[in-house]
Design a protein around this ligand. Structure first.
Ligand SMILES: [Zn+2]
Length: 447
C-alpha cells in the first residue's frame, strides 16, 4: 500500500454542499464541490448509482477533502454527487425506489435521480465525468472452475459506435493506460474492464447507450470514465473494504491530475470524424486474433494466476450500417412520450412557421417498414430491418422539428431512426415499434 495513505481524515472543513434534485421517495440528492477559482476544467464525479455499493459512495465523498488537503484543488473545478441513489442506499438495493436500475436509465430517464443528474450536466457542463461503481468478484460460473476475479479495480471508456470519434480519442485511451500504470506503481492490480460471461464470451463494457458512460458521452460529447472497484465479500474484513476504497481514491487522484493537462489541450484533430453527418446505427463485435488473458485468483490457494480465457474475445466493434443526418427529425405531437423524453434530454421541438406549413414534396421523407423480425428478447432491436422511403404527402402542422445541428444531434439519430440498434423503437411505450407494411411515424426533414 502507498505510504501516504493513512486512516485519519484530513482536518479541513467539508466541501460545499447543495441540493440538486430529489429522489423518488423525496430524499435530497447532494452535489458537493470544492471552492475553486473559476476557469479551470470542470470535472464531475458520480457515486452510488447502485444503492448497494457503499464503497463507491464512500470513495467519492472521501476523495474531495483529500484532494483539497493535497493542495491540488487550485487548478480544477471539482464537484461530486457521492450518492445519486439515496433511496437505494436506505433500502440496500441496487435499484431506486421504483425498481429502476439507474445506470441503465440514461436513455429513457424514467428515474427522478437520473433526470436530476442530466439537468445538472446541462447546467454545469462538466468536461469530464467519472462514474464510480464496485463489482462483485465472485461469479458462479467462475467459482465452479475454482476462480474469482482478482483486480482491485477496472476502468472503461465510452464505446458506443455512434460517438463522435473525438469524444473517446487516442489521448483519452493513452491517459487511461497512464492511470492504470500509476495504480500498478501504487501496488494495485488494475486493468481495462474485462468480463467473462456465463457463455464463456469475453467482453469489455456494453456498447449500448443506456448507461451513464455511453449516453452522457453521446448526448453531450463528454468523456465519461467508468471506475469499478472490487466489492469485498459480504461478511468481510475491514481491510478488504479499506483496500478497495483506497484503490478508488487513488484512481480518482490519478484521473483528475491527468485530466488537468488533458482538458487544457484541444481534442485530437486527426481523430475528428471525416464524415460528421454520418452516424453508425448498427455494429458487430469484432473477434480478436488471440484469446484474452486475465489475472484471476484461485479460490482454494488465494494465488493469482494469468489465465488464458478460452471463449471468444471481442474487444472492439465494427459499424455495419450508417445513416446520414437529416437537417431535422419531425416528430408527431401525438407521440407525447417521445416529445416528453426529448424534452427531458434538453431538446425543445419547434413547429414549422406558418409560411412553411405546406412543404413541397421531398422536404419530408417517411420510412416504410418493408420487413423486420422482432427480437424475442425484451428491449432488443428488431433484426433484418428493410426500409423504403417516400416523400411525406401531408402537412407538418402536427409535427415538431428537432434540428440535428444542435449539440448532440447524433444522439437524435440513435434514438429516432427505425434501424438503430440502440434506439427507442425497441421499447413498446413510445409508439415507434416496427411492424412490416407500416409507415414509421418519425420523419426525416431537409430544408
Ligand atoms: Zn454499480
Amino acid at each position: 500500500m502507498p505510504p501516504s495513505l493513512d486512516r485519519s481524515p484530513p482536518a479541513l472543513a467539508p466541501p460545499l454542499r447543495e441540493v440538486v434534485g430529489t429522489s423518488t421517495e423525496g430524499r435530497p440528492i447532494y452535489l458537493e464541490s470544492l471552492p475553486a477559482a473559476p476557469g479551470g476544467p470542470r470535472i464531475l464525479l458520480i457515486g452510488g448509482q447502485h444503492g448497494d455499493e457503499p464503497l463507491a459512495r464512500a470513495a467519492v465523498s472521501g476523495f474531495l477533502p483529500r484532494w483539497r488537503a493535497e493542495k491540488m484543488a487550485a487548478g480544477v473545478q471539482l464537484a461530486a454527487i457521492p450518492d445519486l441513489n439515496p433511496d437505494g442506499r436506505a433500502a440496500g438495493t441496487r435499484t431506486n425506489a421504483a425498481g429502476i436500475d439507474l445506470n441503465r436509465d440514461h436513455q429513457r430517464l424514467r428515474g427522478a435521480e437520473t433526470q436530476a443528474l442530466h439537468q445538472l450536466v446541462r447546467r454545469w457542463q462538466p468536461q469530464l465525468i467519472v462514474d464510480v461503481h464496485t463489482y462483485p468478484p465472485r461469479r458462479k460460473h467462475l467459482l465452479r472452475q475454482g476462480w474469482t476475479y482478482a483486480h482491485d479495480l477496472f476502468l472503461d471508456l465510452p464505446n458506443n459506435p455512434s460517438l463522435l470519434p473525438g469524444v473517446a480519442d487516442k489521448r483519452l485511451t493513452t491517459g487511461m493506460q497512464g492511470v492504470l500504470d500509476r495504480l500498478g506503481e501504487d501496488g494495485f492490480l488494475a486493468d481495462r474492464y474485462l468480463l467473462v460471461r456465463r457463455s464463456g464470451r469475453v467482453r469489455h463494457s456494453t456498447a449500448d447507450a443506456v448507461d451513464a458512460r455511453n449516453h452522457l458521452a453521446l448526448r453531450y460529447g463528454i468523456p465519461v470514465i467508468l471506475v469499478e472497484g472490487k466489492q469485498p465479500p459480504r461478511r468481510t474484513t475491514e481491510a478488504a473494504g479499506w483496500r478497495t476504497q483506497q484503490a478508488v481514491i487513488r484512481t480518482l487522484h490519478h484521473i483528475v491530475a491527468w485530466s488537468i493537462e488533458y482538458l487544457g489541450q484541444p481534442r485530437d484533430r486527426t481523430e475528428q470524424d471525416p464524415a460528421p453527418r454520418r452516424v453508425a446505427l448498427r455494429c458487430r463485435y469484432q473477434p480478436a486474433t488471440a484469446p484474452a488473458h486475465l489475472r484471476l485468483e484461485q479460490v482454494d490457494s488465494g494465488q493469482l494466476c494469468d489465465v488464458v480465457l478460452p471463449g471468444p474475445y471481442t474487444p472492439s466493434l465494427r459499424p455495419t450500417s450508417y445513416v446520414s443526418l437529416p437537417d431535422a427529425y419531425a416528430v408527431p405531437k401525438a407521440l407525447s412520450r417521445v416529445v416528453q423524453l426529448l424534452a427531458a434530454h434538453g431538446w425543445r421541438g419547434q413547429p414549422l412557421g406558418p409560411q412553411r406549413s405546406a412543404p413541397g414534396p421531398g422536404l419530408a421523407q417517411q420510412y416504410q417498414i418493408q420487413n423486420c423480425v422482432p427480437s424475442r428478447r425484451p428491449h432488443r432491436a428488431a433484426r433484418q430491418v428493410q426500409l423504403a422511403t417516400h416523400p411525406y404527402p401531408g402537412s407538418l402542422d402536427d409535427y415538431l422539428l428537432y434540428p440535428t445541428a444542435a449539440a448532440g444531434g447524433r444522439c437524435l439519430a440513435v434514438l429516432l431512426e427505425p434501424h438503430s440498434k440502440y434506439g427507442l423503437a425497441r421499447y413498446d411505450e413510445y409508439g415507434l415499434s416496427l411492424r412490416p407494411g407500416q409507415d414509421y411515424p418519425v420523419l426525416r426533414w431537409n430544408a
